[in-house]
Every structure is written in structure tokens, then in C-alpha cells.
Design a protein around this ligand. Structure first.
Ligand SMILES: Cc1cc2nc3c(=O)[nH]c(=O)nc-3n(C[C@H](O)[C@H](O)[C@H](O)COP(=O)(O)OP(=O)(O)OC[C@H]3O[C@@H](n4cnc5c(N)ncnc54)[C@H](O)[C@@H]3O)c2cc1C
Length: 256
């Protein structure tokens, strides 16, 4: 993928999806050529800094440019997933987890989304996708927490006919479940952590899961220990080949 330049976009709507997730729709002419490589497409967001200013890097060498900026003007960079891209309407949806909803410790990304209003501006940059099931995949296992929901929803929506999925999603409670458009051969299991520790419920269900026959392709993302725990179990206890597993810590909890 050719290197991209951050582009300025404007919020056109903000919609609450669940108590802990909002969908922000962004518009801007340059979204007509926003690169889209797959359903877990990474969008880097450049958010106004603490002073409320937004200064974007202006070249493809955006990273060194960003790090060289004086702190007073440097934008805040956070990673999100393209939930929907409409190049014709020049629109992009991003679903943001409001992770301050429970403990009041929202970071800048979550906090920006919570207060976003039509007319607000941020920068976005397309930076690749990772979902790549090998040709010899018999079935797919998707595992994640709230932060992975946008990617999981897009993977299921875009799945080719005939592909079968087992989907395991850990969220706080029933109110955080989202309606998903799924291929017919999908087994979906929502797991509620309630007031219990993060990741424990999903990993426990995974350990007891009866796998369909054949080699799966596994896509696992969410809190760092969830992603690494899934991979460890699949490699050590289920003999899933490493090249059939994508795993990524989308964020790291500060709770010990
Ligand atoms: C490839 C990729 C795609 C991603 N896609 C999405 C997406 O589509 N939607 C989305 O919401 N997130 C997504 N994430 C995760 C997102 O980048 C992180 O959650 C990020 O930390 C949010 O930034 P923040 O400024 O709100 O919090 P930070 O400043 O990074 O963290 C502040 C505090 O909040 C906690 N925290 C951070 N994230 C979460 C969370 N998700 N749940 C609970 N507590 C949290 C931290 O532990 C910390 O204590 C993605 C990450 C990656 C790498």
C-alpha cells in the first residue's frame, strides 16, 4: 500500500450504539480515495491535543513529522477500525468504546468520542488491514472484546458465502451486545464479564469449546492478555498452526 498522508475530516453525526459505544460518522472529500484493504482496516486518528488545537502532519513521512512537532501543537494519535467506508458519499464510520463509562478513566480517544459533535474536525489516515485467512482454512474462529467488535462485525458482514464461523465476544453485560449481520453457518457466543476480571470469561469458554473439524483461521484482538491468552491456548493445547492465527493487543488495561 502506498504511504498515505493524514486527511482532515468533519464529524457529521454521533450515534449511541450501546451504553459503552458510540458511532461517529466523518465526512471529507479525500475519503473518496481512502485505502481499504480489508474488514479490520486500521484507521489512525489524529485528535486535537489538550489545548484543543489540531495540527496535522502534511507528508507521507507523517510519523517523524509528528514526533518532531513541539508538544504544544502535536495531535494525539490513536488507532481505530474502519467500521464503514462509503467512498461515493465520502463518509467513514468509526465505533468508539467509551471506556470511561464504568471507571471514569477515559483516555483522549474515548473522551474525544464521548464529546464529539457535528462540525468537529480530526485527521484520519488509512494504515493497512490484517485479516487474511489462508486458502486451506476449514472454519474461522473470531475472538475479541468491545474494542474488536467493529472489526468482527465487518469480517462477518463481508464473509464469502459458505464460510463457517465460531464467534466469541466478551463484553461487560447484555446491554453491550450489538446486532451482527452474520453468514448462516455462524455460531455466536456473547460472554458477559459482569464485575468479574477482564478476559477470564472468554478464555474459560474458549478452553471448553468443542472445535469443528479441520484447521481453523483464528482472528483474536482486544485487551492484550486476551489476545496473547487465546494464542497460547490455541498453539499449546489445540495445535493450531501459528500461521493460521492473527492476534493483536488492541489496548492494555492499567488494572492489575
Ligand atoms: C488495530 C487496532 C484497531 C482498533 N480499533 C478500535 C475500534 O474500532 N474501536 C475502539 O474503541 N478501539 C479500538 N482500538 C483500541 C484503541 O486504540 C484503544 O482502546 C486506545 O487505548 C483508546 O485510546 P484512549 O485515548 O481512549 O485510551 P488510552 O489513553 O490509550 O488509555 C487510557 C485508559 O483507558 C484504558 N483503556 C484503553 N482502551 C480501553 C478499552 N478499549 N476498554 C477499556 N479500557 C481501555 C487504558 O487501560 C487506560 O487506563 C483499536 C486498536 C488497534 C491497535
Amino acid at each position: 500500500m502506498p504511504k498515505q498522508i493524514p486527511t482532515l475530516v468533519t464529524v457529521t453525526s454521533v450515534r449511541s450504539l450501546t451504553p459503552r459505544m458510540v458511532r461517529v460518522t466523518l465526512a471529507g472529500d479525500e475519503l473518496r480515495t481512502f485505502a481499504y484493504d480489508g474488514p479490520d482496516q486500521l484507521v489512525r486518528t489524529f485528535l486535537p491535543n489538550a489545548t484543543g488545537e489540531l495540527t496535522l502532519p502534511v507528508t507521507t513521512e507523517w510519523w517523524p513529522e509528528l514526533t518532531a512537532m513541539p508538544e504544544a501543537i502535536r495531535p494525539i494519535l490513536r488507532n481505530y477500525t474502519v467500521r464503514r467506508l462509503d467512498p461515493v458519499a465520502a463518509e467513514l464510520d468509526i465505533d468508539f468504546v467509551l471506556h470511561g463509562a464504568d471507571d471514569g478513566h477515559a483516555g483522549p480517544g474515548s473522551s474525544w468520542a464521548e464529546h464529539a459533535r457535528p462540525g468537529d474536525k480530526i485527521g484520519v489516515l488509512s494504515d493497512g488491514a490484517e485479516y487474511r485467512p489462508p486458502a486451506d482454512t476449514a472454519w474461522q474462529l473470531l475472538i475479541g472484546d468491545e474494542s474488536a467488535l467493529p472489526a468482527v462485525a465487518a469480517i462477518l458482514e463481508q464473509a464469502p458465502a459458505g464460510q463457517s464461523f465460531v464467534v466469541l465476544l466478551e463484553v461487560a453485560d447484555e446491554a453491550d451486545e450489538l446486532p451482527l449481520t452474520m453468514p448462516p453457518a455462524t455460531t455466536l457466543r456473547w460472554v458477559h464479564r459482569g464485575s468479574g476480571p477482564r478476559n477470564a470469561s472468554a478464555l474459560a469458554v474458549l478452553r471448553d469449546l468443542e472445535f469443528p473439524p479441520g484447521t481453523p483461521y483464528v482472528w483474536a484482538a482486544g485487551e492484550s492478555a486476551l489476545a496473547t491468552g487465546v494464542r497460547r491456548h490455541l498453539v499449546n493445547d489445540r495445535a493450531v498452526p501459528k500461521d493460521h492465527i492473527y492476534f493483536c493487543g488492541y489496548w492494555r488495561t492499567s488494572a492489575t
